[in-house]
Write a protein that binds this ligand. Sequence first.
Ligand code: GAR
Length: 190
Amino acid sequence: MVKEKLGTAVFISGRGSNFKNLINFSKKKNSPIVIKLLISNNKYAKGISYALNNKIKKKNFDFKNSKKAEKLALDILKKNKIKLICLAGFMKILSKNFIKKFKGKIINIHPSLLPKYKGLNTHARVLMNNEKFSGCTVHFVNSKLDSGQIILQKKIKIKKRDTIRSLERKILKEEYKIYPKAITKILSKN
Ligand code: GAR
């Protein structure tokens, strides 16, 4: 029997390259998800174009009033029968109340070896501290920034000649691999 694909929403704030990658993943025959909705908090986010190109429903909410935005988001998530939320460069912290409604069903990707280097400007801080390794992490979301149980992590070696840009490029490449893997991992346990 073919298992029905899980209705998924992706939340973004900007470029959306992980969103694009997840769309490609979702189209694979063996993928456990179907992306039904894009939510952004920035109406100029470049990533919105991938929703348009792929006929994925999209909504923009102004998170300056986060309580209102979360309420509107919850309504539309419910309407679209969303069962999994993937944060992909979504630069807002979701409230405890919101997370409770999707307990164990919200995941995030972050470009560092968490719990190290939570927050912004990760690569610059990593380089400034002369770290030998960096990487990326997919984790369950809780109400603290870039925290929550780790699902998968990929470590990469930093070279002397690495810059913020080269590190970002190398780590993004790994992000594109581990995000789909992490989704498959958590859903194969259901
Ligand atoms: C990615 O590197 C992602 O790991 C990071 O933002 C970038 C978004 O790029 N997320 C965080 O820093 C979360 N704290 P994208 O919009 O091209 O996917």
